[in-house]
Design a protein around this ligand. Structure first.
Ligand code: BES
Ligand code: MN
Ligand code: MN
Length: 453
């Protein structure tokens, strides 16, 4: 049977197997899922073995294990490194899911469940593409090394140590990643730029302990009020971040790139529909696509403190907390930005509160030219797999490993994404389009064949 016929004949089987993967609640953020993380790592290792990969290893790290496998039987052919992650974001709030997060369910051509698009579904696309090549063509056309990690959603904290320890062994001619989205349904895309991410936590302390708000209110600092005032000052009326020198190192995109970005089949109406807010906001002077892909931001990811249970409790909290993050673009330096942000936040706070400022993770932005011939092979494979024209895009999300690999190994990084912008990654009702899932398997199998040609 030919390759595409083989892949088509396995649709049911592939889908059922993916569901099995999705039923493992491999949430990396919370320690209660440690066992599930281990199970997911073993599941991946097992499927890599079934796809014909060898020297499978599950390497423990300070947190979650890295799964490795390889097949090096194509002398004279390129060696590629595939990277993906088996960990997922927490599924909360659970009551907002139409079907339970870890009970994958097909509805209207989509598979719903945590990790469907980000990133288990996309990892599975690659495993099944490799297996199809083994079974339908008698072997892999290229040399391949695979790493699937379990800490991407918490910043890939321990992966780099694994990489540096295995530097020689992980050498390759290109990095292949499927952990991004297409521009839109029917527009297969290759991502050539990602934003970086710094994540911060702020803890403010007012009074030494919680206080009766009647007995003490009026004379003592309320850290929640002070936190809110501080956060409200992080943007100006043009939605620019007020941190001094925040924009100093930001590279302006070239007129040619701006033109190319604006020629993409990107529809503002679709974007508005996906967002579902009454109106959009954004940095003045930049189009939405420019805001999303080429401009840095400051976001409040969460804030809490005081009493949030049922009914009323009259209290002045001792503590107030916020989780903040900045998306970064070339050529901002994460360490430098973290210092600027901390200094600004401290400057905005009155003496009446103490501030503990923590940087939870940092990651550099990435953008790279797509001039290497491998990118044309990738475009052609996507076009064959989906029978649609493929495009080059940038994206606003972050994948720490891509930047690190690009810096350390200077290899082309080919990001072929099979998610869609409205598939609710990190949110309730995450899903993947079955067309993209099956089309993805074909495209990746064709891509690996093209690499050998
Ligand atoms: N797959 C995403 C990154 C992504 C999503 C890139 C959409 C491009 C388009 C990844 O799993 C992710 O969520 N990364 C985190 C970064 C991390 C350091 C927690 C992110 O972007 O918030
Ligand atoms: Mn991801
Ligand atoms: Mn993610």
């Amino acid at each position: 049977m030919d390759l595409i016929g083989y892949i088509d004949s396995k649709r049911e089987e592939h889908l059922n197997e993916l569901k099995e993967f999705l039923r493992i609640p491999s949430v990396s953020a919370t320690s209660e899922h440690k066992k599930d993380i281990e199970r997911a790592a073993h599941w991946v290792a097992e499927k890599l073995r079934a796809a014909g990969l060898e020297n499978i290893e599950i390497t423990p790290t300070k947190m979650h294990p890295v799964v490795y496998g390889e097949s090096l039987h194509a002398p004279g052919k390129p060696t590629v490194l595939f990277y993906g992650h088996y960990d997922v974001q927490p599924a909360e709030p659970l009551d907002l899911w139409t079907s339970p997060a870890f009970e994958p369910t097909v509805r209207a051509g989509n598979l719903f469940g945590r990790g469907t698009a980000d990133d288990k579904g996309q990892v599975h696309i690659h495993i099944k593409a490799l297996e199809a090549l083994q079974n339908a063509t008698g072997g892999l056309p290229v040399n391949i090394k695979v790493i699937v990690e379990g800490e991407e959603e918490i910043g890939s904290v321990n992966l780099w140590e694994f990489m540096t320890k295995n530097r020689e062994r992980l050498k390759s001619n290109a990095l292949i990643v499927s952990d991004t989205s297409m521009l839109a349904k029917g527009v297969p895309s290759i991502t050539y730029g990602l934003r970086g991410l710094n994540y911060y936590q702020v803890e403010l302390t007012g009074p030494a302990q919680d206080l009766h708000s009647g007995v003490f209110g009026g004379a003592v600092p309320n850290p929640l009020t002070i936190l809110s005032e501080m956060i409200a000052k992080l943007h100006d009326k043009n939605f620019r971040v007020t941190v001094p020198d925040f924009y100093k190192d930001v590279a302006q995109i070239s007129p040619a790139e701006r033109k190319a970005l604006h020629r993409l089949p990107w529809k503002e109406k679709e974007f508005r529909k996906t967002v579902g807010a009454a109106a959009l906001c954004g940095e003045k002077g930049y189009s939405i696509v420019e805001q999303l892909w080429t401009r840095p931001t400051m976001e409040v990811n969460g804030m809490w403190g005081g009493y949030i249970g049922e009914g009323a409790k009259t209290v002045i909290p001792s503590k107030a907390y916020a989780k903040l993050s900045t998306r970064l673009v070339p050529a901002q330096n994460p360490a430098k930005i973290a210092k600027l942000v901390e200094r600004h936040i401290r400057a905005l706070l009155p003496k009446s509160v103490r501030c503990d400022f923590q940087v939870l993770s940092t990651g550099k932005p990435w953008v790279a030219p797509y001039t290497d011939p491998i990118f044309q092979k990738a475009i052609h494979s996507l076009e064959k797999g989906f029978e649609k024209k493929a495009v080059f895009i940038r994206e606003g999300g972050s994948i720490p490993f891509v930047t690190q690999m690009h810096d350390a190994f200077k290899v082309p990084c080919v990001l072929l994404g099979f998610g869609l912008p409205d598939e609710n990654a990190h949110a309730p009702d995450e899903h993947i389009s079955l067309d993209n899932y099956f089309g993805g398997i074909k495209s990746i199998a064709l891509f690996y064949q093209a690499l050998a040609a």
